[in-house]
Design a protein around this ligand. Structure first.
Ligand code: SAH
Length: 356
């Protein structure tokens, strides 16, 4: 058993089974043995690859998106340019490069990165050398200023609770000890107020998930967007009112049993975009239609950009570039599984890439 498995087993032996959210949060965030505390998980030598690591075109499209919204809203200055979960800093670096020639954008932007991982903060610092940036532990510490924010593969990293519909109420998925091994178990059924709206569409046996950490974060973001202006663009895998067991572990680019190596595998779940929108309902923010990543990137002009870049390429480099374009946009790759959602003030012009 690894050190974190041992800590969790002793805790469960002493106080009983824990929720999946407790398990996931310990595995990802434990200060000594947690996944994000101990490593840089991205890239070919790591556990998973993200869109900005696949091609510079992803960050370029998002940069142009932000610049267009900023111009459409009258070029507010100064403004906060923010990213929660910036990974290796590649997306922010590409956004800054793509917006370099937008008059006034860099002069007005105050870059803020929200990051829990000490090793990734170091990678980000090196990647963004030459730019002023501020690192925050918590989204609530963002300045009270117009907010232009992108979150790519951030919400999927937040801990989820998982439930199975019973005849009355819900069983909760727990991590228990069976023969001294961590094992999944189900609680006795109980009513769960936060799932009352799912009683309409879930039948006994169906699995649904809740991400309690997401609501306060999206509310902090939406409040700034509504009161001060700006936009939040969320990109992630998931859907509208997700259903089914999406809790997964990935290590060295392969999926594995999420209980097998606590703290050593990336744990994620699909993002329920309806839940994000529901959490902001009383704030008065306008939400875009949920749009597949491939459609969104095509509308922003990724194919024209891909062709322009291809003009200077030959051989293996050209093949890789064509594969990267396909990977970001094609329905069999990231194009459909990944979704995009934008939040803007209700009186703001419609953001590019989304059809009203
Ligand atoms: N957006 C990047 C990286 C995605 S990986 C990209 O597209 O490449 C998830 C990122 O979220 C990592 O930077 C991780 O350290 C960070 N993260 C995970 N949980 C977090 C939390 N609770 N608060 C802030 N950052 C978090």
């Amino acid at each position: 058993m690894n050190a974190l498995a041992d800590i969790l087993a002793r805790r469960i032996a002493a106080t009983g089974p824990i929720t999946l959210a407790d398990y996931m949060a310990e595995c990802l965030l434990h200060p000594q043995f947690g996944y994000y505390a101990t490593r840089d998980p991205l890239g070919a030598a790591g556990d998973f690859t993200t869109a900005p690591e696949i091609s510079q075109m992803f960050g370029e499209m998002l940069g142009l998106f932000l610049a267009q919204v900023w111009m459409d809203q009258g070029r507010p200055a100064p403004f906060t340019l923010a990213e929660p979960g910036p990974g290796r800093g590649t997306l922010m670096a590409d956004i800054l490069r793509a917006t370099r020639k937008v008059p006034g954008f860099h002069e007005s932007a105050r870059v803020h990165l929200i990051e829990v991982s000490p090793p990734l903060r170091e990678v980000q610092r090196a990647r963004l050398a030459g730019h002023d940036a501020t690192w925050l532990d918590d989204i609530a510490a963002l300045p009270d200023a117009p907010l232009f924010l992108v979150a790519n593969e951030f919400f999927d990293a937040l801990a989820i609770r998982q439930f199975r519909r019973a005849a009355t109420g819900w069983h909760e998925t727990q991590v228990a000890l069976v023969d001294d091994r961590l094992s999944l178990a189900l609680s006795q059924p109980a009513p769960i107020a936060a799932l009352d709206h799912r009683l309409d569409d879930a039948v006994p046996g169906d699995v649904v998930e809740l991400c309690p950490a997401a609501a306060p974060i999206i509310r902090e973001i939406a409040t700034r967007v509504v009161t001060r202006g700006g936009v939040a663009l969320v990109v992630d895998y998931g859907g509208w009112r997700s259903r089914g067991d999406t809790f997964q572990a990935v290590r060295a680019h392969r999926s594995e049993d999420p209980l097998a190596n606590p703290g050593a595998a990336d744990l994620t779940a699909h993002v329920d975009f309806e839940a994000l929108v529901r959490a902001t309902r009383d704030i008065g923010v306008a939400s875009s239609p949920l749009t597949p990543q491939g459609v969104f990137l095509e509308r922003l002009g990724i194919t024209a950009r891909a062709q322009a870049l291809a003009g200077n390429m030959r051989g293996a480099q050209l093949n890789d570039h064509i594969a990267a374009h396909r990977r970001l946009t094609h329905g069999d790759e990231m194009g459909t599984l990944f979704k995009t959602l934008a939040l803007v003030p209700s009186d703001a012009p419609h953001p590019p890439g989304f059809v009203p």
